[in-house]
Design a protein around this ligand. Structure first.
Ligand code: PEP
Ligand code: MG
Length: 582
């Protein structure tokens, strides 16, 4: 049994066979073969080695012709590796003596070599480790041939393990077959983590290197509430986790009974709980959990899920679907927040080598430089707004001019629709995300011009504390409780109150139970959260009084380090709602 720890990003327990995704999504369908089949399997392995050699030779010749002999050396080295009698003998021994399938044996042996090189700990050897992974991929491609399985072709439940999953890959995971996942990289509020929550898949990210030990098929436990990944658990551990799987289910059932109760403090203050969604299909389940509208619809997933650019009709249909679940309640459509880690293939070329995508053309900046794409979306929003309480929100606004420019384009789109006689709603409220420190600092200036604010703490923390939200190496520095973050939030709430505009928090901070009393005490009366968190947050709100919340806020705001704020909030939550801490 091997226990690994990472960052818990989506609660619950998943137990099942491991599916290890390589960079090319190879899956080993069978780990063992029958003893009678050993000779045929060895012959199959030798044929795969032969074809792999031929493939490498072709590459070697090509590289020599086009790039020169020096660059072809890399393939010469690969050929030596694949023909290395010691490696071949080790693989054949596993097939003959342990009845391993050739795929399993290849993966096991080459990964062990890779790991040994990796552990030598310098750049040169790390690159040699990459050569072994590359060779593994080549051999598996030959061995699996037509049987190469992609994520979308799963036929049985698995626990997915990968170095990384892109937001688009995560978005297309089948809930029927993927029980949960763990990745080597990723941080608390990476988009992959957020999607895991949306799909309600137990997930742990930022585990560090561990895939080289695994070939797939091992029994795996993912504990998404505590950030634990257990490989080949013993029986006692397995039984314990089956129990906690059961307990998790019954807690959820108990919380579900709160669905129809008001989200209101003990002294009668209403706190509106809305849902964050990424896909239109989520609207119905958000409503089922008790969401009173959608406070953040991340529309960029319309792009990330599809190979082609969505049309105006694609946008329109998606917005209508969300409005079907919420025909009279607010639905905030955030315009495309493409870029950084959410860049569809068609637009990848926008980023030159060596630039930092988080500080480059992303989000509203991308919309303002791709006007056709932006206008297509705005047309669809304005048309759909005839059918419900839609609101428009611009992401990553940094300067007032940027907001004015986006608003002006909205005006142009209205004129076009007018001229074409297309019905639309002219009175759609237009708000912005406050997720760049500059906008939080100038909140008062913005408050004079916008219809509402929604504080995006995920990016606000990243940009204020200079910590990449997806990087596990700095995950301990990524703190929502940092006094600088509380001060920026306070500034935004004060500005919104002065100009009488609504303000909400839609970053992950508001989905974290420990921060809810603080946010209520700071004056927030609406928050938008991951839908599965709604019942638990409602229970906290119903156990809280405003006086208590205000006391918590004022004490937290007097502290000067994140660690103290967070441990104080954890302690208070335990008193308010002991069950929430289990
Ligand atoms: C945020 O930054 O807090 C936010 C809600 O937007 P996203 O997580 O999609 O960047
Ligand atoms: Mg953001």
């Amino acid at each position: 049994m091997l226990i690994k720890r990472g960052i818990p990003v989506s609660p619950g327990v998943a137990i099942g066979p491991a599916l290890v995704m390589g960079a090319e999504s190879f899956r080993i369908p069978q780990r063992f073969v029958s003893i009678d089949a050993v000779d045929t399997e060895i012959a199959r392995f030798r044929a795969a080695v032969e074809s792999t050699c031929q493939e490498i030779e072709v590459n070697e010749t090509l590289a020599k012709e086009r790039l020169g002999a020096e660059h072809a050396m890399i393939f010469t080295a690969h050929l030596m590796m694949v023909r290395d009698p010691k490696i071949l003998a080790e693989i054949e021994t596993l097939i003959r003596e342990k009845s391993f399938s050739p795929e399993f044996a290849v993966s096991r042996v080459l990964r062990q070599y890779a790991k040994r090189f990796q552990n030598l700990g310098n750049q040169y050897f790390a690159e040699r480790a990459a050569d072994f992974y590359d060779l593994e991929k080549r051999l598996l491609k030959q061995l699996l041939g037509e049987k190469r399985e992609e994520l979308s072709h799963l036929t049985e439940p698995v626990v997915l393990l990968a170095h990384n999953l892109t937001p688009s890959e995560t978005a297309s995971l089948s809930k029927q077959f993927v029980l949960g996942f763990a990745t080597e990289v990723g941080g608390h509020t990476s988009h992959t983590a957020i999607l895991a929550g949306a799909l309600e898949l137990p997930a742990v990210v930022g585990v560090g290197n561990f895939l080289s030990d695994l070939s797939g098929g091992e029994t795996l436990i993912i504990d998404g509430s505590h950030g634990t990944v257990i490989i080949d658990p013993d029986e006692e551990t397995l039984a314990k986790y089956h129990d906690s799987e059961e307990r998790y289910r019954s807690t959820n059932k108990r919380l579900e009974s709160l669905r129809l109760l008001a989200s209101e403090t003990r002294d009668g203050v209403r706190i509106t709980l809305m849902g964050n969604i990424e896909f239109p299909e989520e609207a119905e389940s958000a409503k089922h959990r008790g969401a009173e509208g959608v406070g953040l619809y991340r529309t960029e997933f319309l792009y990330l899920q599809s190979q082609r650019e969505p049309t105006e009709e694609d946008h329109f249909r998606a917005y209508r679907e969300v409005l079907k679940a919420f025909p009279t309640q607010p639905v905030v459509i955030r315009t495309l927040d493409l870029g950084a880690d959410k860049m569809p293939g068609q637009l990848q070329a926008e980023y030159a080598d060596g630039i930092n995508p988080a500080l480059s053309v992303r989000s509203i900046r991308l919309s303002l430089t791709h006007l056709e794409l932006f206008k297509t979306q705005l047309r669809a929003i304005l048309r759909a707004a005839v059918h419900g309480d839609l609101r428009i929100m611009f992401p990553l606004v940094t300067t007032l001019l940027e907001f004015r420019q986006a608003r002006m384009i909205l005006g142009d789109v209205m004129e076009d629709l007018d001229e074409q006689g297309v019905p639309f709603n002219r009175d759609v409220p237009v708000g912005m995300m406050v997720e760049v420190p500059a906008a939080a600092i100038l909140a008062e200036e913005f408050a004079r011009e916008v219809d509402f604010f929604s504080i995006g703490t995920n990016d606000l923390i990243q940009y204020t504390l200079a910590v990449d939200r997806g990087d596990p190496a700095v995950a301990n520095l990524y703190r929502a409780g940092d006094p600088s973050i509380l001060r920026l939030i306070r500034n935004v709430i004060t500005a919104a109150a002065k100009y009488h505009i609504p303000v909400s928090v839609c970053g992950q901070m508001s989905s974290d139970p420990m921060f809810v009393p603080l946010l209520v005490g700071m004056g927030l009366r609406q928050i938008s959260v991951t839908p599965h968190a709604i019942p638990e947050l409602k229970e906290i709100i119903r156990n809280l009084t405003l006086t208590k919340a205000e006391r918590i806020a004022s004490r937290s705001e007097s502290m000067d380090v994140a660690r103290d704020v967070e441990s104080y909030l954890r302690g208070e939550l335990k008193k308010i709602c002991p069950e929430s801490m289990d």
